[in-house]
Design a protein around this ligand. Structure first.
Ligand SMILES: CC(C)(COP(=O)(O)OP(=O)(O)OC[C@H]1O[C@@H](n2cnc3c(N)ncnc32)[C@H](O)[C@@H]1OP(=O)(O)O)[C@@H](O)C(=O)NCCC(=O)NCCS
Length: 152
């Protein structure tokens, strides 16, 4: 497959159906409904990005910016099961770093389930550090690890 078939771009309204299906494939109990996704696409104005492979949405990242804060929050990140292991999640975090730099943010931050080994590995590999832990954060009762990646 040619590398030219991979593109990273902001999500648009026409992507929402495909995004909804991808979301459901990737997150069960914690998945967003269509309304929430539409709201996020609107609220994350300019900070909801997708990666397409041969025109199909293979990954997305949703970032949230709060005014007067030094960090940019990685609110959601997912890669379609059929497209995992191709560094797409890493590329989405690289994109998040670019967006954070453009906004003069000092770090990216996120929460991840203590049971999500793949995601924890990913964040550690990219240099995220654990900054805390929130007990019983998810619906299944698992704790969240709070992680942060400083931008040089
Ligand atoms: C976690 C997730 C985003 C990783 O996506 P991906 O595109 O397959 O990840 P990448 O190919 O970019 O992997 C980068 C690194 O992450 C780590 N990693 C990714 N998947 C892993 C797995 N299944 N087991 C262990 N480490 C893993 C590895 O360190 C990997 O580097 P390597 O390839 O040199 O070993 C994907 O599995 C996913 O969407 N999971 C469901 C949704 C989710 O959990 N999102 C995160 C919520 S916080």
């Amino acid at each position: 497959m040619s590398a030219n078939s991979v593109h990273i771009r902001p999500a648009v309204a026409a992507d929402l159906n495909e995004l909804f299906h991808l979301e459901q494939l990737c997150f069960d109990a914690e998945s967003f409904n269509r309304r929430q996704l539409r709201y996020l696409a609107h609220r994350a104005n300019g900070l909801f990005w997708i990666l397409t492979d041969e025109g199909r949405i293979a990954a997305f990242i949703i970032l949230l910016e709060r005014k007067n804060t030094e960090g940019l929050r990685v609110y959601s990140l997912a890669v379609s099961p059929a497209f995992r292991g191709r560094s797409y999640a890493q590329q989405m975090i690289q994109q998040a770093l670019v967006l954070a730099q453009e906004r003069a943010k000092r770090f990216l931050y996120l929460e991840v389930s203590e049971h999500n080994g793949a995601a924890i590995q990913l964040y550690r590999k990219l240099g995220f550090m654990e900054t805390g832990r929130r007990k019983a954060y998810y619906k299944d009762g698992s704790a969240a690890l709070l992680m942060r990646l400083f931008i040089d």
